[in-house]
Design a protein around this ligand. Structure first.
Ligand code: PD2
Ligand code: ZN
Length: 280
């Protein structure tokens, strides 16, 4: 996992700011000292803009993070019952596109079990900790309990092995259906530390630290998962999925992402969110 700012640099930045040095002066002296790290640039830009999350951006990153073992740049990873393809990786944001995550039968089984339980998607409102209808998300959705049926249990075990993260730290699988015109506007999946409802949400399992969006049915047109900060668009190909992780609840992770409008056909996805602790 890439660490946006080293502990030494963070300490130095905090000390310089505490001593009253301006952000432009800090930037100039870092440039002069040969710093070209893009994460540092992001942090400094946030400082300059008087960004409210400066303390979070400069806080130490989590070191233990979910993710596959990419040592030796493997093309395939053995996830116990299935050989998963590594199709694409990006460092910052940390994004990995996987192929062969699920079989066609597994995709269809999840859709069939979810279809009869769909309701207009709700999102957790961090202001209150409750759930609300969100105009930014026009899909229909439902949640499975962890281990609720045989396909869900098998998939959860596969993902725990692939992502090297305890099965018990995962939320129940969420299924979403996007009809033509439906979309999910860009957002972060972590809970905003500055919202008043967040402490209540965090009591159950702590922060989200990673997301895996798996494509169960491809639309005919549209419906990519987008990462606007870096201009990345992941095509919603059946059986594949996009994983991304965030080592702090802050935009410095560049994990802003959305679901582009479906232009034709229907898109179905399953989302697995991973928490920092057991999610009971
Ligand atoms: O369906 C998607 O592409 C998508 C995009 C952004 C899903 C989510 N976020 C999510 O489930 O959080
Ligand atoms: Zn999301």
């Amino acid at each position: 996992m890439s660490q946006p700012i080293s502990p030494e640099l963070r300490e130095w930045l905090v000390a310089q700011l505490a001593a009253g040095h301006s952000v432009p002066a800090l930037r100039a002296s870092m440039r002069a000292a040969g710093w070209q790290d893009s994460a540092t640039d992001v942090a400094l830009a946030q400082l300059e803009a008087g960004f409210p999350n400066v303390e979070v951006a400069l806080a130490p990153a989590r070191t233990e993070m979910p993710g596959p073992d990419l040592e030796g740049a493997p093309l395939y990873i053995d996830a116990g019952d299935r050989r998963i393809q590594v199709l694409q990786t990006m460092r910052h944001p940390r994004v990995i596109v996987f192929g062969n995550l699920l079989s066609g039968e597994e995709c269809e089984g999840l859709i069939a079990a979810a279809r009869v339980r769909l309701a207009r998607s709700l999102t957790v409102e961090t202001r209150t900790g409750g759930e609300v209808l969100n105009v930014d998300r026009t899909s229909d959705g439902m949640f499975f309990e962890r281990g609720e049926n045989e396909i869900v249990a098998r998939l959860e075990q596969r993902l725990a092995t692939l992502l090297r993260w305890p099965l018990e730290y995962g939320e129940g699988l969420q299924i979403l259906r996007y009809a033509p015109g439906a979309q999910y506007r860009p957002h972060y999946d972590y809970f905003d530390p500055h919202e008043s409802g967040t402490p209540t949400i965090l009591k159950r399992g702590g922060q989200r630290v990673a997301t895996l969006v798996m494509y169960l049915q491809e639309p005919e047109q549209g419906g990519a998962t987008t990462f606007p900060d870096v201009g990345l668009e992941v095509a919603p190909v059946r059986g594949t999925g996009v994983f991304f992780s965030y080592d702090r609840p802050d935009p410095v992770t560049r994990t802003l992402h959305g679901g582009a409008p479906v232009l034709a056909g229907e898109k179905w996805v399953a989302t697995k969110w991973l928490r920092e602790r057991e999610f009971k």
